[in-house]
Design a protein around this ligand. Structure first.
Ligand code: SF4
Ligand code: FES
Length: 238
């Protein structure tokens, strides 16, 4: 694979063809906030927090660094006044969308924003509709138990028709990746409850601590072709 040379904050650098600007910037230890990016998933550019400015002044423009690939000779600014202004605006919009989300409050405060100028539809909202949970369930787990339903402003993450999903394996990956912590599950008496369903948790045959829902272990055994019994012993006891 060939290398492309370009500039980040006036520093000449290079990266393999196909590298995104976000990856290139982070490889130089320059911090850019992101909410919908996951290194194992194809980026869809939903949160718009990762904006950078590209091009030669005055013909510059703002792009999502998580979806924009490196280009020969491209000039990239990660913290120009235009970028910071746009990022503050994005944070105000996110704050209005999900006023209760602590991660948004924290990022907003770090950017000098204590309050949004935009009106919030729901002061209790936590979901920013970044889609990370949906993509993780579909592209990493491979089951598509959840998706986006309804149109804006009623758009939300849900199982189909808000009914318990037959394909959900109760793995909790959606809850794990959610940046705002809005997806939750409970575990009580050996049962994990998530998305309206109860899943029996399997206890390790050696130490007795709960490993994961039986449905998840059976699914992973099927995916890998390993005997399911292999999954009945937790990692610490293997
Ligand atoms: S539930 Fe979490 S991960 Fe899913 S869209 Fe909302 S904020 Fe993003
Ligand atoms: S991280 Fe790039 S748009 Fe969300």
């Amino acid at each position: 694979m060939g290398e492309v040379s370009f500039y980040i904050n006036d520093l000449y650098t290079s990266a393999p063809v196909g590298t995104t600007l976000l990856e290139a910037v982070r490889s130089m230890d320059i911090e850019i906030p992101t909410l919908c990016h996951h290194p194992d998933l194809k980026s869809e550019g939903q949160c718009r927090l990762c904006l950078v400015e590209i091009g030669d002044w005055p013909q510059t423009r703002l792009v999502n660094s998580c979806t924009y690939p490196v280009e020969k000779g491209l000039k990239v600014q990660t913290h120009s006044e235009n970028v910071l202004q746009a990022r503050r605006l994005v944070l105000e919009l996110l704050l209005a969308r999900a006023p209760k989300a602590e991660i948004i409050q924290k990022l907003a405060a770090e950017h000098g924003i204590s309050q949004s100028r935009f009106t919030s539809e729901d002061p209790e909202e936590l979901c920013i509709l970044c889609g990370l949970c949906v993509r993780t369930c579909r592209d990493i787990v491979g089951v598509s138990a959840i998706g986006m339903i309804n149109r804006t402003p009623a758009k939300m993450v849900s199982t189909p028709f808000k009914e318990p999903s037959e394909v959900c394996i109760g793995c909790g990956s959606c809850a794990f990746v959610c940046p705002t912590g809005v997806i939750t599950y409970t575990e009580k008496n050996g049962i994990r409850s998530i998305w309206g369903r109860d899943f029996e948790l399997v206890a390790c045959e050696t130490c007795g601590s709960y490993i994961a829902p039986r449905a998840s272990l059976e699914y992973w055994a099927k995916q890998t072709g390993d005997p399911v019994e292999r999954y009945y012993i937790c990692r610490n006891c293997r």
